[in-house]
Write a protein that binds this ligand. Structure first.
Ligand SMILES: Nc1ncnc2c1ncn2[C@@H]1O[C@H](COP(=O)(O)OP(=O)(O)O)[C@@H](O)[C@H]1O
Ligand SMILES: [Mg+2]
Length: 229
């Protein structure tokens, strides 16, 4: 295995991901190796079904590879137990989904506070931190709205606030603007890029929009489960 570069926040070594479907096995990712240094902004592009979400989910510790290694901040997470993955996710990774994945019964404030509660932070402090993130994303007037009472762009900003609440070193986003109109999408992308620039948060974003990909420092293409730059 090549020497681990100190600054590599993400390192994938010979990743394969197979799914068993009925009697057959389908290989979704073939021997993918990739490293992303801390602070980089990186787009993942490719046709629908090419394996982009599978790749991002492995990086985000939402899934584990069939073969190969996933190192996050130098730690091998490839075979880590679910509770260990959950802890590393909670402390290092923020994940933004295309469909927001907010909890419908919680208001914006409690959706954002939840990962902090999971970290053992007290409710009052968690809410205070959550409020700060929501306010800085322009949602000061929406703290007590539930997701159903927010627009798509507002929901995604709540989801971004939730992803950022724990000040993650790594922000992962899977087509975060796929459900938003053009102008709202542009605003969200600018927001994510400015976080990368100002806080040095490493940003890895799946998109099929070439214009968005062009704004990132680096672009990785997934094609039939293999990657090219
Ligand atoms: N849990 C699963 N079980 C079986 N096949 C899956 C599963 N998840 C994804 N796939 C398959 O893996 C391929 C890549 O999916 P995905 O990574 O979601 O693609 P993309 O995000 O690029 O559109 C698709 O053919 C999809 O059907
Ligand atoms: Mg996808």
């Amino acid at each position: 295995m090549p020497e681990l570069h100190r600054n590599d926040l993400i390192r994938l070594e010979g990743i394969t991901r197979e799914y068993a479907t009925g009697q057959s096995r389908q290989t979704i990712l073939h021997d993918v190796s990739l490293s992303v240094p801390a602070g980089q902004s990186c787009a993942i592009i490719g046709a629908s079904g090419s394996g982009k979400s599978t790749l991002l989910n492995l990086i985000g510790l939402l899934d584990q590879p069939t073969n190969g290694q996933v190192l996050i901040a130098g730690k091998d997470m490839s075979r880590a137990a679910p509770d260990v993955c959950a802890r590393v996710r909670n402390q290092i990774i923020g994940f933004v989904f295309q469909s927001f994945n907010l909890l419908p019964r919680l208001d914006a404030l409690d959706n954002v506070a939840l990962p902090l509660l999971n970290r053992g932070i007290g409710r009052q402090h968690a809410r205070q931190v959550a409020r700060g993130h929501l306010e800085s994303l322009g949602l000061a007037e929406r703290l007590h709205h539930r997701p159903a009472d927010l627009s798509g762009g507002q929901r995604q900003r709540v989801a971004i606030a939730r992803a950022l609440a724990g000040e993650p070193a790594l922000l992962l986003a899977d087509e975060p603007t796929g459900n938003l109109d053009r102008q709202t999408a542009e605003d969200i992308i600018e927001l994510l890029l400015s976080l990368n620039k100002t806080s040095g948060t490493t940003l890895v974003m799946v998109t099929h929009d070439d214009k968005i990909a062009g704004k990132m420092e680096r672009c990785i293409k997934v094609c039939d489960g293999r990657i090219t730059e």
